[in-house]
Design a protein around this ligand. Structure first.
Ligand SMILES: C[S@@+](CC[C@H](N)C(=O)[O-])C[C@H]1O[C@@H](n2cnc3c(N)ncnc32)[C@H](O)[C@@H]1O
Length: 234
């Protein structure tokens, strides 16, 4: 299997930033996934997700294996594609907890219901690690004090990124993963139609102003921007 982002310069830069980690290099972990994917035969490849076409489940899995987080928070679950991918990596790590938040059936656009996602979590044997919460993104900081990894995927736009980044910068010890950040992602139909603020511009602004964070945008669609806490060293 070919992972298009393996050739991305920003992935190489991210690998260098994280290369001091004890558990092998990120690219090695990704190449391993190319040969023996963790999700083979599971429900994950059958789920609906914009991340699927370019194999981002392997990046989520590899980052979670590499960083060995004690806690992951995800905001924006849909059917559980990214949740189950990182959840499987936590299981392989043998430790860590995962709190995942979504409006589920209360969301007015494309969504899945709580019970469906909950049953996928059980089928994958992830009950012990994963807790699902039906809650709005704005309420999560009232429920969770801090995390090692944060993943944000709630139909992101520049305004949402700005808000979530400022809420979580002091609460996230290692990395934040945001869906989007490329110019191509800014041009998707609903971003243009509803004149949503550019994610690309927002990340450029954050990169310039937030000395405590390093930003890497990996381009293959839908693109992913990873912010690494400068305090996080191997
Ligand atoms: C693009 S999907 C998430 C995709 C998923 N991460 C994946 O791997 O395929 C966006 C999700 O965000 C949820 N959502 C949208 N706005 C939200 C909000 N304000 N608070 C919590 N969840 C929200 C929707 O219910 C939907 O399930």
């Amino acid at each position: 299997m070919k992972l298009p982002y393996l050739a991305d310069n920003q992935l190489t830069a991210l690998c260098k930033r994280l290369q001091g980690q004890g558990y092998g290099a990120l690219k090695d972990l990704l190449r391993e996934q190319g040969k023996t994917p963790f999700d083979e035969g599971s429900v994950i490849p059958t789920l609906d997700s914009s991340y699927k076409e370019n194999g981002y489940q392997y990046l989520f899995y590899a980052l979670t294996r590499l960083l060995q987080p004690e806690r992951i928070v995800e905001i924006g679950v849909l059917q559980g594609f990214s949740l189950l991918s990182m959840g499987c990596a936590l299981k392989a790590n043998g430790r860590g907890e995962f709190h995942a938040f979504d409006l589920f059936e209360e969301y007015e656009f494309k969504c899945d219901n709580f019970d469906n996602v909950s049953s996928r979590v059980s089928t994958m044997g992830l009950d012990k690690m994963v807790t699902l919460h039906q809650a709005d993104a704005s309420s999560v900081t009232g429920l969770i004090e801090e995390t090692d990894m944060l993943h944000v995927d709630i139909s992101n736009n520049g305004d949402i990124i700005g808000e979530i980044f400022s809420q979580w910068a002091s609460r996230t010890s290692r990395i934040m993963i945001f869906e989007g950040g490329s110019l191509e992602r800014d041009r998707v139909e609903w971003m243009v139609k509803y004149r949503k603020r550019s994610l690309y511009d927002k990340f450029m602004e954050l990169d310039k102003n937030e000395a405590g964070w390093d930003f890497f945008t990996i381009s293959p669609f839908p693109s992913v921007t990873i912010a690494v806490n400068v305090k996080y060293e191997s």
